[in-house]
Ligand binder design. Structure first.
Ligand SMILES: *Cc1c(COP(=O)(O)O)cnc(C)c1O
Length: 232
């Protein structure tokens, strides 16, 4: 059994080192702890060690854990594939969603977000390697998708999420993510896009195996499961 407290400290150390190596600010990347398939007790241990943001992939499993952890001020992120019939529960029970890749899902999340909650933070999932079986829009489709997401006051588009195909080394991992980082910068600088989405500031990229490369490429949120909670 890995010691979650120690594993978290190691991951924080890797993040700090990667930020420093690339000349970025020490608080430039947030750690999202991915707790899918792990019990609520493990989430509680990580929370007690100071972790606040947790990512889940499977809705029913996440709702069960949220029920058991109601006493904790956790920031919940939904990072799994989204079926239309699940949007209501996601809109009602999460703070962030990283896996939005079509207007229909964004519209449903907006319409179903309860009025008493702040806008739901949304990242658009991008298929950075053009893999036919993977979810996400192509990089070239991002501008049109952003321009289509209008009049949705109950969601806040924060940025992009990617799950790249595996690569052999850190430099190749970094190269795979650079185009997405450059696209975010271009879109942030576009007055049209900025007027529609003034809060575009997030690059959700990097997992246990490529967090250093992702931070070198500009990631602002790394999603780490295995290296905190152990193998699934
Ligand atoms: C499972 C998962 C992670 C965490 O992956 P690890 O390799 O265990 O760190 C990150 N992002 C997404 C979308 C995932 O599904």
């Amino acid at each position: 059994m890995p010691n979650i407290h120690d594993q978290l400290a190691l991951v924080h150390h890797r993040i700090s080192k990667a930020l420093e190596d690339s000349g970025r600010k020490p608080d430039g990347a947030l750690l999202l702890a991915v707790s899918k398939t792990k019990p609520a007790a493990d989430v509680r241990l990580a929370f007690d060690a100071g972790q606040r943001d947790f990512g889940e992939n499977y809705l029913q499993e996440a709702l069960d854990k949220q029920q058991q952890l109601k006493d904790l001020a956790i920031v919940w992120h939904f990072i799994g594939p989204i079926q239309s019939n699940k949007t209501r529960a996601i809109a009602e029970n999460f703070d962030w969603v990283h896996s939005v890749d079509r207007v229909k899902i964004a519209t449903r999340l907006n319409d179903q977000r309860p009025a008493h909650l702040p806008p739901l933070n949304v990242c658009l999932q991008v298929n950075v390697d053009n893999e036919p079986t993977k979810s996400g829009v192509l990089l070239s489709e991002l501008p049109d998708l952003l321009e289509s997401l209008v009049n949705l006051p109950h969601i806040c588009v924060r940025g992009f999420m990617a799950i790249p195909a595996p690569r052999d080394n850190v430099e190749q991992q970094r190269q795979a993510l650079l185009p997405l980082a450059e696209t975010l910068q271009e879109l942030q600088a576009s007055p049209r896009i900025h007027a529609l989405h003034p809060q575009l500031d997030t690059l959700s990229m990097g997992m246990s195996g490529d967090l250093e490369a992702a931070i070198a490429a500009g990631s602002t949120m790394v999603r780490v499961g295995t290296d905190i909670f152990g193998k699934r």
